[in-house]
Ligand binder design. Structure first.
Ligand SMILES: Cc1cc2nc3c(=O)[nH]c(=O)nc-3n(C[C@H](O)[C@H](O)[C@H](O)COP(=O)(O)OP(=O)(O)OC[C@H]3O[C@@H](n4cnc5c(N)ncnc54)[C@H](O)[C@@H]3O)c2cc1C
Length: 468
């Protein structure tokens, strides 16, 4: 037996035959690269696949799907490996690892880009910025484009240019039957509707084609940080300030413990801060004028809003999200920063159990809201804000303490929270997946799953269960 973990056994002959015409790497538990290959961003995830197939192209993906059928293996699909739920890995099954598929091709004339599913936002941005172009990408540049786009994609350009999936023009998809099809507004339109929000439920995307927009290379962005003790008045001011903000402005409120970074005064290191991180995706002078009241408010301990390369803005938050920490998240859309929301955020913020944890409130709206809720599988487009309780820590002995804080906090927001965003969901069960879509849309997605994946071959994801 070649790979054997738990009850899963794969025949040596089958692996040998696969290796014969597989372009990428076949990784088995005994191989030197296995330990590294099974690691993903969330250090909580410690799964042991029987085999990892590091694909280098669509033909490898097709072979991997066939191999899984032949060997009756459970399949997980890994793009950038950032998802907190850890569904990119599996125990005892086959990981279809796309992280080595890195090609990006920009067409500056048509303002489009084609990218393979192992590309991260950093890599994508470096290619498109060469031509002064971009599309909505993640707030942390190490995030994979694949899972991010298939689940939604909220980033600095979301209010100006919509979600990442709103910028998807077409996708090449390997289906559960191991067939390669193209999904777009003219081909397999039902599948195209489903992959834009339905995550990895309908197949494996081997190529993403995006619309690009003129952005940068210099853009106005940065963050303004205040002491947490001043946060109530700040957040009350902020919620009025963003009410009529132009689409060019996208902001994120973050409650955090100040890291020892040079732009923060030494005396606030280790204390609680509330930061407003932002991007103005328009003319710098116009942005400076619009942001002036926010920057003048109160007594910020730091204001590093300035013109900067778009690629710098895109990696501004990277240091706060290193790979390998233990992570447990809870998230819901909220009906804006009401008094109750502000009080709850500040009250749980004051009792935050780990200096590495943070509370995020993403400002939504703009272009994302103007697209019809039925246009794609993504839901909750009219929500003004998305809350994400991001618990991160290092010591496994502290798991219970941090998970409890997160759960207690999440229970406390239920009065003003609703729905879920699939890209921020942990392993939370079918009801939460239904909340991400709403009952009607979930029904439509089940019908699509029945058509494209009736045996639930792709089930290690925020799963839409077929009814066959
Ligand atoms: C530090 C950090 C910052 C983040 N910031 C943001 C943010 O700013 N905005 C936002 O919207 N989200 C953000 N996210 C969430 C992010 O969108 C999701 O974690 C997303 O799933 C990551 O995609 P990935 O390819 O890296 O992950 P993976 O873990 O590789 O993939 C997640 C799932 O997507 C599916 N999948 C992946 N690739 C494919 C494919 N090619 N075909 C079919 N299915 C596939 C699989 O089911 C897989 O389990 C962030 C996450 C982290 C950890």
């Amino acid at each position: 037996m070649a790979g054997q973990v738990g009850s899963t056994a794969i025949s040596t002959e089958a692996v040998k035959a696969l290796k014969g015409d597989f372009r990428g790497e076949v990784v088995l538990p005994a191989d030197g690269s296995y330990e590294e290959a099974r690691k993903i961003w969330n250090g909580m995830i410690d799964k042991h696949p029987a085999i990892i197939l590091r694909c280098l192209g669509s033909s490898d993906v097709i072979k991997a799907v066939r191999f899984a059928h032949d060997q009756k293996l459970t399949v997980s699909v890994r793009g950038g490996g950032h998802n907190v739920a850890g569904n990119a890995m599996c125990d005892g099954g086959l990981v279809i690892d796309l992280s080595g598929m890195k090609a990006v091709r920009v067409d500056p004339e048509r303002r489009t880009a084609r990218a393979e599913p192992g590309v991260t936002w950093r890599q994508f941005d470096l290619e498109t910025q060469e031509f002064g172009l971009a599309t909505t990408g993640g707030l942390v540049s190490t995030t994979g484009i694949a899972g991010f786009t298939l689940g939604g994609g909220i980033g600095w350009l979301v209010r100006k240019h919509g979600l990442a999936l709103d910028n998807l023009i077409s996708a090449d998809v390997v289906t559960a039957k191991a067939e390669l099809v193209t999904a777009s507004m003219t081909e397999n339109t039902d599948l195209f509707w489903g992959v834009r929000g339905g995550g990895g439920n309908f197949g494996i995307v081997t190529s993403f084609e995006y619309e690009l927009h003129p952005i940068g290379p210099i853009i106005l962005g940065g963050l303004i940080a205040h002491k947490a003790e001043d946060a109530k008045s700040l957040l009350m001011f902020y919620r009025d300030f963003v009410k009529d903000a132009p689409d060019e402005l996208t902001t994120l409120v973050a409650y955090l413990t100040a890291p020892p970074l040079p732009f923060l005064p030494k005396d606030v290191h280790g204390t609680h801060l509330v930061a407003i991180a932002l991007c103005y995706a328009g003319k710098t002078e116009e942005g400076e004028r619009i942001l002036a009241p926010l920057r003048k408010f109160g007594k910020p301990v730091a204001d590093v809003v300035q013109p900067m390369p778009y690629t710098v803005l895109q990696s501004m938050l990277d240091e706060g999200a290193p790979a390998g920490l233990l992570n447990y998240w809870k998230s819901s859309y909220i009906s804006g920063l009401t008094d109750a929301a502000i009080d709850t955020v500040l009250s749980y913020g004051a009792r935050i159990t780990s200096p590495l944890s943070a509370i995020h409130v993403h400002q939504l709206g703009g272009a994302m809201r103007r697209i019809g809720d039925d246009a794609t599988a993504f839901s909750h487009r009219s929500s003004p804000s998305l809350l994400n309780i991001v618990s991160s820590w290092q010591d496994p002995a502290e798991n219970d303490k941090h998970v409890k804080w997160t759960k207690d906090f999440f229970a406390a927001v239920q009065g003003f929270a609703s729905g879920a965003y699939v890209n921020f969901l942990g392993e939370e069960g079918t009801d939460r997946v239904k909340e991400a879509y709403g009952e009607d849309k979930y029904g439509k997605l089940v019908a699509l799953k029945n058509k494209y994946d009736p045996t639930n071959f792709f089930h290690l994801n925020q799963n839409i269960r077929p009814t066959f």
